[in-house]
Design a protein around this ligand. Structure first.
Ligand SMILES: [Zn+2]
Length: 216
């Protein structure tokens, strides 16, 4: 069981990390906490940190590590986190990981890091091959789940669309960025013996079973 645990999810864009986090949230009844969502919400409010966050964002800068830590600290002291929580998009750097370590100790929790590993080649196919129906939103993939007739939806016959940010060049850039930022974190958590790596190339249900096994 994930009782009292802090679960950090690592996974490249397209690794299915979001889907897995959502399922974990449902299975263990613990919240998934996205620092990006909290910052967006706080920026609109009149909370103590709101002004600072708005100013940072207006200047096009990243919110400082200390503010991020404070945001995570405040959010995870709420009642719904008492049995644990899942962190999404945090920590992103070694400095943040070190700060989170302090919070883990302070809240007397156990940290578990799940790394969904998948080859870039497969991710590229998953992402660049994506097509979605312009009408019913059904998702296809030219490599893994092609529609029966070229560019038309099997369900409703409408045209399929290819999102412009799903092109190989922008995806490769995002993947490079991801590896650059995450490689040190993987090493950091591996050295601390709290990293579990699962094979993200497997179907989503199997990946979820693998993740659940880690918590048994
Ligand atoms: Zn359709």
């Amino acid at each position: 069981m994930a009782l009292g645990k802090i679960i950090v999810m690592l996974g490249a864009p397209g690794s299915g990390k979001g889907t897995q986090a959502k399922q974990l949230q449902d299975k263990f009844s613990i919240p998934q906490i996205s620092t990006g969502d909290i910052l967006r919400a706080l920026a609109k409010e009149d909370a103590p940190l709101s002004k600072q966050i708005r100013e940072t964002q207006a200047a096009g800068k990243l919110v400082s590590d200390d503010i991020l830590l404070e945001v995570v600290n405040q959010r995870t002291k709420k009642e719904d986190c008492k049995n644990g929580f899942i962190l999404d998009g945090y920590p992103r750097t070694i400095v943040q990981a070190g700060q989170l370590e302090g919070l883990v100790t302070e809240q007397n929790r156990e940290l578990k890091v799940i790394n969904i590993e998948i080859l870039d080649d497969l991710l590229l196919k998953r992402l660049t091959g994506r097509r979605s129906c312009s009408f019913c939103a059904e998702i296809y993939n030219v490599y893994f789940k092609p529609s029966k007739s070229d560019n038309l939806c099997d369900k409703c016959g409408r045209n399929l669309i290819h999102r412009s940010d799903d092109n190989a060049e922008s995806i490769e850039k995002r993947l490079q960025e991801y590896h650059k930022n995450t490689a040190p974190l993987i090493k950091y958590y591996n050295d601390k013996n709290c990293l579990s790596t699962v094979d993200g190339a497997k179907p989503a249900e199997e990946v979820f079973d693998l993740i659940c096994n880690i918590f048994q």
